[in-house]
Design a protein around this ligand. Structure first.
Ligand code: AMP
Length: 372
């Protein structure tokens, strides 16, 4: 296929921070950017050449987006399949409907992973009240099949008697009950797959979550070469089986007995890959663009050990945070997403620290956050 070169327009469904960083890199490379989002002030919208205000299910809006785009990509996996299929008649949509059909539904995702003989958490499908009685044992996490992210649509269940109330709390929506994994570490494998099937891997990220939301990522992850190989094998197998084009992240639990269990697949740029933007020769955003535009993939080499910390809205509770504290480390880089409303738990930006000694970087940033 002929690559879509600079000067062409990349259309993005969804205008959050991932679209914003994609737009920043796209503009640097000389692409034009079109973004569709219901919120005209969304983080990415301000950087778009063409803004299409409309919900992600709005077919007329999506048709308008496609009319000014040479290729369509996504900042969220929660785009109705019908929209993707409609657009794919006239434009390349990467990733497309077949990938999203598997990813959007947690149960489909679990079945897909099982079909590839890749290890994952034990799970049960919950559709009717009776399913709760037959389900896997607790402790477990009940997750809605659709539309969950950053801990939304999830309830931790410690005792069997809590199951019914947990399902009520999720509005009795179809759900998946997953065994709670007492993991040693959470890591993610980040890769890009090109239109020719070539795959490029980034160094594994080691992730720390707080209240189900990513708090900190560091790269490279402190894991054995065998675990690295296994993680890459899992990522490549998933990306290839999906026929995916673009960035893809697989979140993994490393167990105390050195097994890797898949938690979740994200067929896009990923929060745990933000360290690549400033930390690697080619950021995940440039890499995603290269992949979806059919260009050769870039060098994923990490320039220096990196620690990334998310800045949530809570930090703004008493006014803007002390930037001098957050940027005290000379290797700190600030990324803010330009969001107006710093509500609790909302991802407002992140700080990336590069340091030859990742432990020192991590300690420095934790200390700054502590003082805030
Ligand atoms: P998710 O939205 O499914 O990626 O979940 C967000 C975070 O919640 C994960 O990164 C874990 O820290 C935690 N979590 C989710 N599912 C489980 C599980 N089955 N066992 C242990 N922790 C989990």
């Amino acid at each position: 296929m002929t690559p879509i070169g600079p000067g062409g327009t990349v259309g993005i469904l969804g205008g959050g921070q991932l679209a914003r960083m994609l737009a920043l890199e796209a503009r640097r490379m000389g692409y034009r950017v079109a973004i569709q989002d219901p919120d005209p002030h969304a983080a990415g919208m301000v950087l778009a050449d063409h803004r299409v205000v409309g919900s992600l299910g709005d077919l007329a809006a999506a048709t308008e987006l496609a009319a000014c785009s040479d290729v369509i990509t996504l900042d969220t996996e929660h785009v109705p399949i019908e929209v993707l299929e409609h657009l794919s008649v006239t434009r390349p949509v990467r990733p497309g409907g077949p990938v999203l059909r598997v990813i959007q539904d947690r149960l489909e995702q679990r079945r897909f992973i099982a079909s590839l003989d890749i290890a994952q958490t034990a799970y049960s499908s919950i559709e009717h009240a009776a399913d709760l009685e037959r389900a896997i044992s607790v402790p477990a996490v009940l997750k809605t099949r659709r539309a969950g992210y950053d801990g939304k649509g999830q309830v931790r269940v410690s005792e069997a008697v809590e199951l019914a109330a947990a399902w009520d709390a999720l509005g009795r929506a179809p759900a998946v009950l997953e065994s709670f994994v007492d993991f040693a570490k959470e890591i993610s494998v980040l890769l890009a797959r090109g239109t020719d099937g070539q795959i490029v891997f980034y160094p594994l990220a080691e992730n720390e979550h707080r209240r189900h939301v990513l708090h900190l990522s560091r790269a490279p992850a402190r894991v054995s070469p065998d675990i690295q190989d296994l993680a890459r094998w899992i990522g490549a197998r998933i990306a290839t089986a999906l026929g995916h084009v673009g960035m893809l992240a697989v979140e993994l639990f490393l167990t105390h007995d050195d097994r890797l269990l898949v938690n979740e697949i994200a067929p896009r740029t990923h929060n745990s890959g933000h360290y690549t933007f400033g930390g690697c020769v080619t950021s995940q955003f440039e890499q995603h663009l290269r992949a979806v535009c059919g260009l050769p993939l870039g060098d994923p080499t990490l320039l220096r050990p990196a620690v990334m910390i998310n800045l949530l809205g809570d930090l703004w509770a008493a006014g803007p945070p002390r930037w001098d504290l957050l940027l005290a480390h000379p290797g700190a880089q600030l990324h803010l997403y330009g969001k107006r409303d710093p509500s609790s738990g909302r991802k407002m930006g992140h700080v990336l620290v590069l340091d030859a000694d990742a432990d020192a970087a991590s300690a420095a940033i934790s200390e700054s956050l502590g003082r805030l």
